[in-house]
Structure formats: C-alpha cells, structure tokens
Design a protein around this ligand. Structure first.
Ligand code: ADP
Ligand code: MG
Length: 420
C-alpha cells in the first residue's frame, strides 16, 4: 500500500469520524506498510480503530484475537452496521453452533469478511487452523495483549499459544494492543508474540479528570461508603471487593440503606449477571458491588466513582479498575480503602499458591502497599509505574496534592493503618 494513501476519507466514510485520535494514523500506516506494530494506549484511547480501519483497506481477512465473547459480538455488530451487505465482520468462538460456524466459513471463503474475531482457545483448534491456512490473512491483531503476561492483571494461559498457532496458519504482520504499559508486561508481550522488532506507539496514561484518594480502612468503612454514595445520589459507581462473600454482604447493606445496588461476581449465573449489567448501563440501578470479574469491556462513559473496598492485588489492576470512572472526561472519583490487616490477609492467601506465583503476587502487592502508604502525588506514582514521568509539582486532583499531610500527620496516619 502506498505511503500517501488517503486515510481521512475512509475514516469518515466507514466510521463517521473527522479526524484521528492520538497516534491512530501513524499506527495504521505502519501496519499498512506491512510492519509488526505494538500499541500501548489507555482504555478509551481508540485502539479498535487501529485494526478495524486497515482491515477494510487491505486484501484478505484480518484475524482479531480477543478474549471476551460478549465484547466480540458487540464489535462485530457495530462493524456490520456500517456495511451494506452486513458481513464485513464475523466471529468464531465457543458460543456458535455448527451451522453458524459453516456460515462464517462460507462468508470468509467468498471474500466478504474483512475482520474475523477469534477467541484464543478457538484459534488453536485443528479444524480452525486448517480453515485459516486456506484463506488470505491480511494481518493478525492481538487485542488485550497483556493477557499473555503473568505480570498483567488478567493472565490467560491460552494467550501463550497465539504465536505457535499464528506460525502454523501463515506469515502476516502482527499488531498487538493493550492498555497495560508496565515494562514487564511489555517485554513479555514482545517476547511471547515474537515481535521484538515491532514499532512501539505509546500514548500518555495520565487521566487528568480522575481524582485519586486512599483512606484508611476502619470499623466505619461501611458507614463511610454509605455516606459517600448518599453525597453522590443518583450517580453511577462501582465498588470492588476481593471476595464474592463481601460483594454479597456489602450489596445487602447498601440495599438496606435504600441504595439501588446489585452484586456482580462470577458465582452468579450468566442471566443474572447480564441483567445486572444492563440495569447498570440503563441506570435502573446506581451502584454495582463487584469482584474484578466485572468491568472489562464495559463502556459506560459516565461512571462517576470507583471504590476499592479492599486493596487491589496490583497497581496495574488498580489503574485498570479506576480507569472505568470518568471515561467521558467528566468527574471520576477513585477512593480506595486500605489497612495493614488486609495486606496481611492477602499475603496469607498467597501461601497456598505455587512458589513462582507467590513471588510475583507478593511483589505486585508490595507495590500497591507502597502506593497506598505514600504521601507523594498519586498521579505521579501511578504514571511512574507505567514508566512515564509526571513533571508537575501538584496535580490538584489527588488527596496528597489537595491535602498535603504534615510530617506528623503522615506518621500518625501510618500508625493507624499499621494498627488497623
Ligand atoms: P480502547 O479499545 O482503546 O479502550 P475503543 O477502541 O473502544 O478504545 O474506542 C473508544 C471510543 O473512542 C469508542 O467510542 C470509539 O468509537 C471512539 N473513537 C475511536 N477513534 C475515534 C476517532 N478517531 N474520533 C472519535 N472517536 C473515536
Ligand atoms: Mg479495546
């Protein structure tokens, strides 16, 4: 594809956008030129377009590897809404029956499909590999590429098989995309996908509209949360707890206090979960009390607060979970409750795991604890964690910048935390 091909026209024609966001255009040009490409962009940055647009311009079918069936269906519906014959995009995953799979195969074979979304566990199946070997692949897109790494917040072992499977199917450029930007995850992705030479596009991970605060967790925590929600009545929020049991308990307490809340965790049946998710999106309820099973791929732009009832297991997870607040650029309050007791509980919990996992888990946890106990600007610390330097003296939007503690107060606060 020539260097000076006009991309603004197809952007407008297919997606209705007037201009590219951030690095989108450079990313797309790099891929069109046939190069491996690595995209690090925060949630909401516009990663999907970086593979959707070039797939429409290139010969053959782009294979998009994506972890979530619900997300896949949603993206496919959107893409197909834009084309006349409604079969620009398809997906292959465990939710399809034989007839549906045959339909997909027929469409791909007659060249009507520009994008084929495949779940990582489906990709490696012999019959799919055989089928994919028989078609022209324009490129491979690995979305949510951090799932490859144990250092990420959502490790999925199937992701490790992507490279070997791609090699079986056939050579084509690879674009990997993630909203995770720590060095360890980054190098894991490159190594595992064999894209060491890929050009890297990294955007800033700063979310200026998010307010970060850490509170010490005391006996009063439930009352604190109820008060907070009542002060933000009618606003949408998510409360993350570590255990399903706590999710159930807390949502019951909130309901008893006339707050429109529902629990969400992987132990609930899928009909209940999708009902709760719909109720939240449609604002029939205000608050979701959830384990981290809730959130990936949920695009509610006006979530106004994210509360961590328990300290998250990693700063990475904390960043992703708080990142679900204020996606529309409006207010996003991120409050975390922290106590030393919780920290010890988590450490104890890890004892049952394999040693290598324990080591990783401990280190991630310690980084979170250091963040919680620090009196340095939260934004500065978070961005530092992603290898980004924040040079402002005062972000004006975190507890440590808005209410700097005197040395004595800081020490006292720490003592309370240590005793709790
Ligand atoms: P990510 O995968 O990085 O979290 P998405 O691909 O879901 O982000 O895109 C986030 C939002 O940005 C979507 O609503 C999408 O339609 C919108 N978007 C993407 N590119 C553009 C653009 N060039 N102009 C305007 N909106 C865009
Ligand atoms: Mg995405």
């Amino acid at each position: 594809m020539t260097k000076d091909v006009n991309l603004t026209e197809p952007l407008k024609q297919y997606f209705g956008f007037d201009s590219f966001k951030g690095d989108q255009e450079a990313i797309i040009r790099n891929l069109l030129a046939g190069n491996d490409t690595f995209v690090l962009m925060p949630t909401g940055g516009g990663k999907s377009l970086c593979y959707q647009l070039p797939s429409l311009l290139m010969e053959g079918t782009a294979i998009v590897i994506s972890p979530l069936i619900a997300l896949m269906k949603n993206q496919v519906d959107v893409m197909n809404g834009m084309s006349e014959d409604g079969c620009t995009a398809h997906y292959l995953n465990s939710s399809l029956n034989k007839a549906a799979i045959q339909q997909v195969i027929n469409d791909v074979k007659r060249g009507a499909t520009k994008l084929l979304y495949v779940a990582p566990e489906s990709l490696g199946k012999d019959e799919n590999v055989e089928f994919l070997q028989s078609i022209k692949v324009s490129f491979y897109a690995v979305d949510e590429a951090h799932c490859i790494s144990e250092w990420g917040h959502d490790f999925r072992p199937e992701y490790r098989n992507i490279r070997p499977t791609i090699s079986r199917i056939g050579q084509a450029p690879v674009i990997a995309l993630t909203a995770t930007a720590t060095d360890k995850v980054r190098s894991d992705i490159k190594k595992n996908l064999g894209i060491g030479e890929a050009l890297e596009f990294k955007s800033s991970f700063n979310r200026p509209n998010l307010y970060y605060e850490v509170r010490s967790k005391t006996q009063e925590v439930d009352r604190n949360i109820i008060m907070f929600i009542k002060q933000h009545a009618g606003k949408s929020g998510i409360i993350y707890c570590l255990s399903r049991k706590k999710v159930e308990e807390l949502s019951a307490i909130l309901k008893a206090n006339n707050i429109k809340a529902e629990p969400y965790h992987a132990g609930l049946d899928s009909a209940t979960r999708s009902q709760t998710q719909d109720d939240f999106l449609m604002e029939r309820i205000d608050v979701i009390v959830a384990t981290i099973a809730f959130g990936m791929g949920i695009d509610k732009p006006d979530v106004r607060f994210v509360i961590h009832y328990d300290i998250p297991k990693s700063l990475e997870g904390y960043y992703q979970e708080t990142g679900r607040a204020g996606r529309d650029g409006g207010e996003g309050l991120c409050i975390t409750f922290y106590s030393n007791k919780d920290l010890q509980k988590l450490e104890k919990f890890m004892e049952g795991k394999p040693v290598s996992e324990q080591d990783i888990g401990r280190q991630l946890l310690l980084e979170t604890a250091a963040y919680a106990e620090s009196s340095v600007c939260r934004r500065k610390m978070l961005l530092h964690y992603f290898g980004e330097e924040y040079t402002e003296d005062n972000c004006h939007n975190c507890d440590n910048c808005l209410h700097p503690k005197t040395k004595r107060e800081a020490k006292e606060a720490l003592l309370i935390v240590l005793k709790a």
